[in-house]
Design a protein around this ligand. Sequence first.
Ligand SMILES: Nc1ncnc2c1ncn2[C@@H]1O[C@H](COP(=O)(O)OP(=O)(O)OP(=O)(O)O)[C@@H](O)[C@H]1O
Ligand SMILES: [Mg+2]
Length: 383
Amino acid sequence: MKIREIHVHKFRNHAQTDAIFGERVNALLGQNGEGKTNLLEAISYLCLTKSFFGSTDGIVMQIGEERFEVSGELEGDTGIRYHVAVAYEHADNEKEFFINRTRVEKFSDVVGQFPVVVLSPESGAITTGGPADRRRFLDFVISQASKVYLEDLLEYRRVLRQRNKVLFDSKASRTDASDLLEPWNEELVDRGVRIVHRRNLFLEELQPMVAESYGSIAGRVENPMMRYESSVGSEELASEEAIRQAFLKELKRKAGEEKRFGITLVGPHRDELLLEINNLGVRSHASQGQHKTFLIALKVAEFLYLQSKRNERPILLLDDIFTELDEQRAEKLLVLTGSVGQSFITTTSGSVFPPDFNWASENKRFVVHGGTVEYEGARVLTH
Ligand SMILES: Nc1ncnc2c1ncn2[C@@H]1O[C@H](COP(=O)(O)OP(=O)(O)OP(=O)(O)O)[C@@H](O)[C@H]1O
Ligand SMILES: [Mg+2]
């Protein structure tokens, strides 16, 4: 997948930004606070209907404005062109998404059609943060690979909110809510089982890719492992039936506790993805370098996974990450970037690119300044 051009209107500090991108590396250079990350966020809207940071539509709309629009021309790996547009009206708090000028009814139909892999300073939380950060990673990737998963996830969250409300209300009023909980339990378990099962399957597929790319970065023998640990208490995650039985049993066992806390304590929203290197927990034991290597290995694997599921090379968004990496890892990543598909790399310093980097027409360099984006021709970089 490639973005050929983009038009950003009243989005963050971009009043009107129009750019024609290169087919491979697109460097976005600029000082702090000029609008580099904002442009990546606009790309996220174009490809995924929303911000990868989880910012709301009202927040990303330019301050003082009433609507924003991001549109562009995308091209699939087979050469199919798409005109894509996303527009938000603040007055009715309505967001619309169009593909080839036809309005898309369900956003879940769009997510994954234009796959994206993001690596930003926030991504570090995947290995250093808490379980919620790792669940977010799982959901972000699998949602792009599977529309069914995303729909299960959205429905699960809705059911969870309702069920929590019943529990919360009954705690507050000190009444027994068992009858009221019953209808929600079924839906919670149905969707929850599918989510747990799918996440486990995903990790099994990802594991060899992570091991492979970890090895190629670390350059020595270390054994990175991922393990899914579900709150439903099932040892057997390969079978939906086994997960279902364990889920029901655990819900029963935790019923008293749930009443006491007024909150749902069992289900994929409480699960953990354990990351280990040589059988030691990454979060508790890994060195800084090992954290970074694991993260990049995960991102490379994510790329390969989405590519195989979607038959489409994802667009790579690298936000301000080269400053964090040592030379060796940065070089590996840059080589990789050149060999994948289209990428967008924000940085405050042009020196992350080697002096002999080929700024031919497929690799472009832009300067971002005060919400404007200007193409810097190849001539600028002939050192
Ligand atoms: N809704 C908005 N409307 C207008 N301006 C906004 C809005 N949201 C953020 N900004 C402005 O955008 C700027 C930040 O842009 P951005 O995060 O893209 O910077 P950056 O170039 O990535 O900088 P850094 O190198 O520090 O990461 C800030 O100056 C902020 O005031
Ligand atoms: Mg930034």
